[in-house]
Design a protein around this ligand. Structure first.
Ligand SMILES: [Zn+2]
Length: 399
């Protein structure tokens, strides 16, 4: 496959000013050349050209925190009652939908019965359509810990090591821990730490030995502190980050993966089912508190220079459907005082680094996969224009 897209305004993902009248030369599944259309090299000019003037071209979005095996509209307990095949078939549809919304790569941080591994393999072999995937397998929690109903429960360093190695054996690209309580588990205190430094260190040691990063779900400050002492690479959510733990993150070179939509569910744009209404009612005080808290957390993280990633947590609870959730996530970043360009950079280039794929995806540059999003309207003028999708390309193939 070889073609050239010309005339669009290019937002390349690196955070610089957009380039008008750009050209992107795609050869095979990679970008061969990118620059001003006027400078197109003579040897490229034989390739088929598509005039996309009046449109905006950017890297495919990357969702750094998603749960692809859960639909995000029913309770997890109801989903666990279903036959595995039913979950598989729905997940196939979710993969397709995620890609069609411009998300060309994801990091799944909590799967189900290793269905996500089969999805990844099927996508890589071309059997089904979906984003590129990095996967954690099952989350690891303490006995009775956050999301214990879907977790590999483990207690003590030895069991934690074994639990981590089981995920890697099953094909995990990273390991996911539950270091504090969570709102999706009824009756939990999100400030309570759920793993000891010893338990966390045991996991990071064996995961790092095998070249895998460790991600940890954290709301409370104590959990973030334990994770930094235990060598965790990415803090997921990070709601109650404070000055001390922010400094520890900087010291460790750790990443904060924000999940704003999960803490600020969209309760207006679609009719809520009774299950969703009940969930919204139960979590209302935590949601209100979290929305207040997260603005300061984002400002603190930025002032300290913590590396930021972003994810939707789509599928993570009954109020997190897979429905333009990444576009909404970037809208929420803008609502929290970032520019649209900063939000897009986090959702593309930064997230590529969170997935350990920065050499292959995340920006529109020569040598990278041709994972591209073509928009009908300017996302820098209004970030909601990320929903105005003209075309999505993954590895040079139009979706
Ligand atoms: Zn999650």
């Amino acid at each position: 496959m070889e073609f050239i897209l010309t005339g669009a305004t290019l937002i390349d993902g690196n955070g610089g000013a957009p380039l008008t009248n750009a050209a992107v030369h795609v050869q095979g599944d990679r970008i061969a050349w990118v620059g001003s259309a006027a400078d197109l090299p003579p040897e490229a000019q034989a390739a088929k050209q598509y005039d996309v003037s009046g449109k905006w071209l950017m890297p495919g979005l990357i969702d750094a925190h998603i749960h692809i095996c859960y639909n995000g509209s029913e309770s997890v307990f109801a989903l666990l009652e279903k036959h595995r095949d039913e979950l598989v078939l729905e997940a196939v549809d979710i993969c397709k939908r995620t890609l069609s919304h411009g998300v060309t790569a994801i990091r799944d941080v909590g799967g189900e019965q290793f269905i996500e591994m089969s999805l990844r393999n099927a996508i890589n072999r071309g059997f089904i359509e979906g984003p590129r995937m990095k996967l954690s397998g099952r989350v690891i929690s303490m006995t009775g810990g956050h999301a214990h109903f879907i977790a590999r429960e483990a207690d003590g360093p030895d069991e934690m090591r074994k639990a981590a190695r089981e995920q890697i054996k099953a094909g995990a690209d990273l390991v996911k821990l539950m270091a504090t309580g969570g709102t999706a588990t009824p009756g939990q205190d999100i400030h309570a730490s759920q793993l000891t430094v010893e338990e966390i260190s045991a996991v990071t040691e064996v995961a790092h030995m095998m070249g895998r990063k460790v991600a940890a779900h954290c709301h409370g400050t104590g959990g973030i502190r334990n994770c930094m002492l235990g060598g965790v690479d990415t803090i997921e959510h990070g709601t109650y980050l404070d000055e001390e733990t922010a400094d520890m993150m900087v010291e460790n070179g750790a990443t904060l993966v924000l999940t704003l939509g999960a803490g600020n569910p969209d309760l207006e744009s679609y009719p809520l089912s009774p299950v969703q209404q009940a969930d919204a009612e139960r979590r209302k005080p935590m949601i209100e508190q979290g929305i207040k808290q997260i603005r300061g957390t984002i400002a603190l993280a930025r002032s300290k220079g913590i590396f930021l990633g972003i994810g939707t947590d789509a599928g993570g609870n009954p109020l997190a459907p897979h429905n333009f959730s990444m576009a909404r996530e970037l809208e929420l970043l803008v609502n929290n005082d970032l520019t649209a360009l900063e939000a897009i950079t986090i959702g593309t280039r930064n997230n590529a680094a969170v997935l350990d794929m920065e050499d292959d995806i995340g920006t529109v540059e020569a040598g990278k996969y041709a994972d591209l999003l073509l928009l009908d309207a300017d996302p820098l003028v209004d970030i909601r224009n990320l929903r105005e999708i003209a075309a999505v390309y993954k590895g040079g193939e139009k979706v």
